[in-house]
Design a protein around this ligand. Structure first.
Ligand SMILES: [Fe+2]
Length: 201
């Protein structure tokens, strides 16, 4: 598909009735494992429980009553890699500082580290697995919303739609040393990783 010249109008702008927002993600887990999964999301997202019991729980970190819910059902099986369905859920941070702060907080205080870090071009992204191997992306937009269409039209993404890997410790150090975010978010030249290097879930 060719890049579009500009951002498509919202459904509302086209006179359509569409959802107001994406509300939440619900994860299924084994009986006895709800708290374990809820705790991981509370830590990773700086969330708090809206409600929790051994069978179900809701985590919130903003003005939505829940963004992630975890539900135990009898008969739930272990995760199987490479089945159809959801690949990952992404959460966007305000800026690179917040993303790197989160990277360091999770690593230093909780031993939670990403499986894979890549500058896709449009986003700088870190991919994590929760304890059930659901994949979660923590990211920051590299380009202001109003410039996304321009970016997709300039050929850089078409040339490399995968991205360039980065080392989060190096990124964090460069940021701490005062290198401007704008510069750090720019995708460096290089060879994209093989798709088989991406974490499999
Ligand atoms: Fe994503």
């Amino acid at each position: 598909m060719n890049a579009v010249a500009k951002m498509p109008k919202t459904a509302k702008e086209r006179g359509k009735i569409a959802p107001k927002k994406l509300a939440h993600v619900v994860l299924r887990t084994k009986e006895g494992n709800v708290q374990n999964i809820l705790d991981w999301y509370k830590v990773v997202l700086e969330g708090e429980a809206m409600y929790e019991n051994p069978g179900i729980g809701f985590v919130t970190y903003d003005d939505e009553h829940h963004r992630v819910a975890v539900l135990a059902l009898p008969g739930v099986q272990d995760h199987v890699d490479m089945t159809c369905g959801l690949h990952h859920v992404a959460f966007t941070y305000e800026n690179l500082h917040d993303l790197m702060h989160t990277y360091n907080r999770l690593k230093d205080e909780h031993g939670i580290t990403p499986e894979f870090c890549i500058n896709h071009g449009p986003t700088t992204s870190m991919y994590y697995f929760d304890p059930d191997k659901n994949q979660i992306e923590l990211q920051v937009d590299n380009i202001p919303e109003e410039k996304f269409a321009e970016y997709f039209a300039n050929g850089e993404f078409t040339e490399n739609p995968i991205g360039i890997k980065f080392d989060p410790d190096e990124m964090s150090a460069r940021l701490a040393a005062g290198e401007p975010e704008e510069q750090l978010l720019k995708r460096p030249d290089g060879t994209p990783p093989d798709l088989r290097e991406f974490p499999v879930n």
